[in-house]
Each structure stands twice: as C-alpha cells, then as structure tokens.
Design a protein around this ligand. Structure first.
Ligand code: SF4
Length: 384
C-alpha cells in the first residue's frame, strides 16, 4: 500500500469495486466490503468509527486509505403534496437537484446524471444552462443516499424509496460508466435493493449506447420521444438529426427483445399547437403499435403523456386540457395505455422540466461578472 495515494471515496465503488479495494488495496477479506456497503447504504453511516462490527485495526486502516464523501445538502424543501426537493452542492459552485415523488404505494426519486446537459432539447429548462460536467458515481449514488437518509429509508425494511428514474438533469447515456455503476448499487441487495425494473434510465435516444446498455446492465428503458415525425423531432430533440426515429425505434426493439416481457416507456411532452394535434396522436399510435408488433407483445410500448411545464424564457406553452384529453383518447382507441402525468411539486418548482440549478445560475453569473471585472482591469486570460 502506498500511503501517498489519495484516499478512496467508497461511494465511488459498486460491490465489485469495493471487493477489489478490500482484497487488493487493504489485503482484507471480501466479506468486509459487504459489511461496509451495508453501513453506508442501509444505515447511512459515514465514519468508520461507527462501523462497530469491524475490528479496530481494520477501522484504522480504512481511516488511512478511504473516506466516505456524501453530497452537501445546500437546501431542501417539501411540497404540500409530499414531493421533496434537495439542492445538492457538488464541487466549486456546481449544484444539482434531486426530487422525491411519493404516490400510492411507491416513492420515486428522480436522479441527475450531469451538471447541465449538452443535448439542447429546445423545450428543456436544463438545456438553457448548457453543459458543465458529468457527475461521478459518488455524486449520482450520493443523491439516493442523501434522499434515503432524509426519508428514513431502510432497504428491505422501511422502504420509502421504491423506484429511481435517471430523469433529472443530463443525458445519462452520455455519462455511461458512472451511471451504470451507480445503478448497480441501486439494484444491489447490499445497496438499495431495488428490483431491476424499478430503476429506469431515460434517454433522448443515444442509439449506440442503448445497445451497450442492453449488454451491460438490466434496467427499464424510457425514451424521450416527444414527436412522431422526424422534422418536428429534429427541432425539439436535435439529437434526432443523428439518430432518426426509425433508427431509434430499431434500438428500442432490440432492447425490448433481449428479455421476455420487457416494455419500453415513451415520454411525450405535450406542447400547445406544436405536437398535440390529432395527426400527431395518430402517428404516435402507429409508431407504438408497430413497436408492439415487432416485439410481439400487445403492451410493450407504454406512453407517458407529460403536460409541458413552462419556464421563464421558453417559447412553448402547455397544451389545453381539452387537447390533452383528445390526444389521449386517440391513443386509448388504438389500444395503448397512455396515462397523463400529474404535475407534482408545483409550489416548490420541482415539477418535471423545472430541474434547474438556480445556485448554479447564480454562481455562473457571479463568475461571469468576476471575469468581466478582471477583463476591465486588464487581467490576462479573461476569455478562458
Ligand atoms: S430533455 Fe434531457 S437530454 Fe434533452 S436537453 Fe434536457 S436534460 Fe438534456
């Protein structure tokens, strides 16, 4: 062991990584890794001293070579409807949001994968921030840890967190390795013990990575579709210019076919006069029915209808209730299950599409102001 090495943040590691760390770095038995994993994720313990079933010598060794760094909760707020939002501080002024949405018999946590996003979907509030950086595994699983601690979640016993959706800030497949590792802790009995189908990854349609996900993980897939025609989707989700709807649907079919009974959820945000007309509903129904036919399962395609949540500066508006109902009716008549997602946490800006790190905005404005001042003073590198 090299004492000069930086300490390993154990939140960065899934079961495999933790076992390797114990065996190769600490020269300890594999099962010790399992004990520590339970202390961290089941009991929310972050100091080795509290891990009372480990010997004194091992605790001292851990102290020397490892640490448990969890996200810093900058702010948290509960909504009247039970929705809860945390603003978590990452390094140097970066902040991300995590939202908990309780519903009949389930508690869903919406987790972020990046600070900002590079994909520039025109109806998305996160996109207006631009892309800052990928989150580490520790920062992704740390969101589950922080929410779990706050909610008093005990995997296998007091389960408050029953589902995780990788649907917060960022495109999770652009941060593949860290996201897959974090999802492995979510699904591990020594982690959060969630069934594979209760962890959902939502993508804008990064086709090669959907295929890689099919090989390397086993979670539910959701696709942000939002339009049934390529010209419209090119405008709403610019990634469509690279992977058009037909290419994306092929990848979804491959994903569903890898396992019997697998469905894929298609998210469709309804925007007034943009994508909410009967011709859109009919074309969407056809796409979904084709998907069912190819997967050979009558309800393989699930559609989630999401009324658009306006945010400052957006050019889009929410569809009218009548148009939403009419759209849903077309899908239902085609035999599709298409619930309309209820807007939650409105009073705390936690509703979908409002995941905007306001602290990030503020710190970015401050940084820009400081740069401008420096430039005025003739400082070098003001544009870096
Ligand atoms: S909708 Fe998702 S993929 Fe598109 S810009 Fe927003 S966070 Fe990124």
């Amino acid at each position: 062991m090299n004492d000069a090495q930086p300490k390993q943040n154990l939140l960065e590691l899934d079961r495999d990584g933790l076992e390797r760390f114990f065996v190769e770095t600490l020269d300890e038995k594999r099962f010790r890794a399992h004990q520590v994993m339970k202390w961290i994720h089941h009991r929310h313990v972050t100091t080795f001293d509290e891990m009372t079933d480990l010997g004194k010598a091992l605790r001292a060794k851990l102290e020397q070579h490892a640490e448990i760094i969890v996200p810093n909760v900058l702010f948290d707020k509960g909504s009247e409807d039970g929705t809860h939002k945390w603003l978590l501080g990452m390094d140097g002024g970066n902040a991300i949001e995590t939202v908990y949405i309780p519903d009949k018999g389930r508690g869903t946590l919406c987790v972020s994968s990046q600070v900002g996003c590079a994909l520039n979907c025109t109806f998305c509030s996160t996109a207006t921030q631009g892309f800052n950086r990928n989150l580490s595994t520790a920062e992704i699983i740390g969101q589950v840890w922080a929410a779990g601690r706050h909610l008093g979640n005990v995997p296998h016993r007091e389960r408050r967190l029953t589902n995780v959706v990788m649907m917060g800030m960022g495109e999770p497949l652009m941060n593949f390795d860290n996201v897959v590792r974090a999802m492995s802790v979510m699904r591990d009995d020594l982690g959060y013990g969630l069934a594979n189908k209760r962890v959902t990854l939502s993508t804008a349609g990064l086709v090669p990575m959907i295929d890689r996900l099919a090989n390397e993980s086993d979670v539910s897939l959701a696709v942000s579709l939002h339009a049934p025609f390529d010209d419209l989707r090119n405008e709403l989700v610019p990634l469509n210019k690279k992977y058009d709807i037909a290419t994306l649907m092929d990848a979804c079919v491959r994903y569903a076919q890898r396992k019997k009974g697998e469905s894929v959820t298609f998210e469709y945000t309804l925007m007034r006069g943009v994508n909410d007309q009967p011709e859109h509903a009919r074309a969407l129904s056809k796409l979904m029915r084709d998907f069912d036919r190819r997967v050979q399962m009558s309800d393989a395609a699930k559609v989630n209808l999401i009324p658009f949540n306006p945010f400052p500066g957006t050019r889009y508006e929410r569809s009218s209730s009548d148009d939403i109902r009419a759209f849903q009716k077309v899908l239902n008549n085609a035999g599709l299950v298409a619930p309309v997602r209820r807007t939650r946490g409105d009073d705390i800006d936690a509703a979908c599409g409002q995941l905007k790190g306001q602290v990030l905005d503020r710190t970015r404005r401050q940084a820009e102001h400081a740069k401008r001042l420096k430039a005025q003073e003739g400082g070098v590198d003001a544009a870096a």
